[in-house]
Design a protein around this ligand. Structure first.
Ligand code: PEP
Ligand code: MG
Length: 315
């Protein structure tokens, strides 16, 4: 059996012709953040704050939250840390935030929707994040999960800015948000594609069912075309488009995402080396051709094949 090849990440994501594409880490707390810094992640592209409070029956106080958030920010002085507000519900229920009598929790009151019922929970978290950001030197950006409308994006941005957060974004993980990206860019500073949920909601296939894994695939043409629409909207607005779902950890997909207009990829730290190497092997022109080939493909397997053929030609 061949030994697994470990590729070290040199700390800077870029294409063969030197075009930068930040490679960031997904973390759930201070221990993850230290491991991510050790793996030379350029920053954090997704801090899943709900992971700090799993199993809690009472809401964490602002002071408790400040401590938890500072633990992550301290690992990345002077670097970007994108913090996601609580994404409670569905696959990540939090007893203090969710009700358990929903028939379809993936379509229920989860993520930003919790603020409809408990605005205080969101406002306390935003205050804690502003305090943590003021106490550490990381460049804190804050985004909301599970946004479906322009009003939700605008209201979140207003509340976050009112709490003292400078850079505000949303996750694009519903087809609705992807289709409205142009309008959403008018009210936020950046977006990050949550491709796990974007695939789940686009293909209408529960992400927790491994039996439906072929549908929960970011190579599905409908998902790639939505990502392409968001990338084009980001380019037109001159604003960043990140990817922080599992798609960001797929070395074969990285050139496609770059060609679709994605400006950063966030992933589990162990994926940084392989994704970095895949990007460093191709230039911008090849990324664009790979993206065009992926967008033209009618099926996920045809997309993989077409991209493989384009990239085989250049390496
Ligand atoms: C996603 O949906 O792609 C994502 C990054 O968020 P999570 O997996 O935590 O729902
Ligand atoms: Mg998600």
């Amino acid at each position: 059996r061949a030994a697994a090849v470990v590729v070290e990440f040199d700390g800077q994501g870029r294409s063969a012709d030197g075009h930068p594409l930040a490679l960031l880490a997904n973390v759930g707390g201070a221990a993850d953040a230290l491991a991510a810094a050790e793996a030379r992640a350029e920053g954090v592209g997704l801090f899943r704050t709900e992971f700090c409070f799993l199993g809690r029956t009472d809401a964490p106080s602002v002071d408790e939250q400040v401590i938890a958030y500072r633990g992550v920010l301290a690992a990345f002085p002077g670097r970007k840390v994108v913090v996601r507000t609580l994404d409670a519900g569905s696959d990540k229920p939090l007893p203090f935030a969710n009700v358990d009598d929903e028939e379809n929790p993936a379509l229920g009151v989860r993520g930003l929707r919790i603020a409809r019922r408990s605005p205080r929970l969101l406002d306390d978290q935003l205050r804690a994040l502003a305090l943590a950001a003021a106490a550490e030197s990381a460049l804190v950006e804050v985004m909301a999960p599970m946004v479906a409308t322009v009003e939700e994006a605008a209201e979140f941005a207003e509340r976050a800015r009112g709490a003292g957060i400078d850079r505000v974004g949303i996750m694009i993980e519903t087809p609705s948000a992807a289709l409205l990206a142009t309008e959403i860019f008018e009210v936020v500073d950046f977006v990050s594609l949550g491709t796990n949920d974007l695939a789940q909601y686009t293909l209408a296939a529960d992400r927790l069912l491994s039996e439906l894994g072929d549908l929960n695939d970011p190579w599905q043409p409908a998902v790639l075309r939505l990502i392409g629409a968001v990338g084009a909207a980001g380019r037109a607005a001159g604003k960043p488009v990140g990817v922080c779902g599992e798609a960001g950890a797929d070395p074969a997909l990285a050139p496609v995402l770059a060609g679709l207009g994605v400006t950063s990829l966030s992933m589990a730290p162990r994926a940084l080396g392989r994704v970095g190497a895949a990007l460093a092997a191709v230039d911008q022109d090849a990324c664009r051709r790979a993206a065009d080939a992926a967008l033209a493909a009618p099926t996920a397997s045809a997309a993989r094949e077409a991209v493989g053929a384009v990239l085989a030609d250049v390496s």
